[in-house]
Design a binder for this molecule. Structure first.
Ligand code: FES
Ligand code: FES
Length: 160
């Protein structure tokens, strides 16, 4: 079937079988491999993307369900100059990236949280990333990175 949606701000269109997951469509059809496949059954969050701004597991979502909607993957989060976003930089700065496998999903979970709650508590950050498993970091540095980005964005709003 024909599948069309807005991906990272640009229209994409391709043919795929009706049972193709959004994860497979992104990785195999469109060649965007930033979105990772971990468990494939909705338990690890490695495949997280934003669908109309909401964090979803792309392994459990059909590509066809994205038709006519907005999808954002990790490739869509960089700065206009192509460099890492402030949240991605904070992940690096706080040592929140080890093997890196969970990180695209974690960063998207962080963005989804910060767009809904600009001043999250550490508990709220923990809750927001509860569906994203990390085997390496112990989560502390990930929470630090998201919290620091929230504070930095607030500061920017206040001081221009
Ligand atoms: S690969 Fe989708 S939740 Fe694990
Ligand atoms: S950094 Fe390795 S799984 Fe999270």
């Amino acid at each position: 079937m024909n599948i069309e949606f807005i991906l990272n701000g640009k229209p994409v269109q391709a043919q795929a079988p009706a049972d193709t997951s959004l994860l497979a469509f992104l990785r195999d059809t469109l060649g965007l491999t930033g979105t990772k496949e971990g468990c494939g059954i909705g338990e690890c969050g490695a495949c997280s993307v934003l669908l109309d701004g909401r964090l979803i597991n792309s392994c459990l979502t059909l590509a066809a369900q994205a038709s006519g909607r907005q999808v954002v993957t990790i490739e869509g989060l960089c700065n206009p100059d192509g460099g890492p976003s402030d949240l991605q930089q904070a992940f690096i700065h706080y040592g929140a990236v080890q093997c890196g496998f969970c990180i695209p999903g974690m960063v998207l979970a962080g963005e989804a949280l910060l767009s809904a709650n600009s001043r999250p508590s550490r508990i709220e950050i923990r809750e927001a990333i509860a569906g994203n498993l990390c085997r390496c970091t112990g989560y502390q540095q990930i929470v630090d990175a998201i919290q620091a980005t929230a504070a930095h964005r607030q500061e920017k709003i206040q001081h221009g």
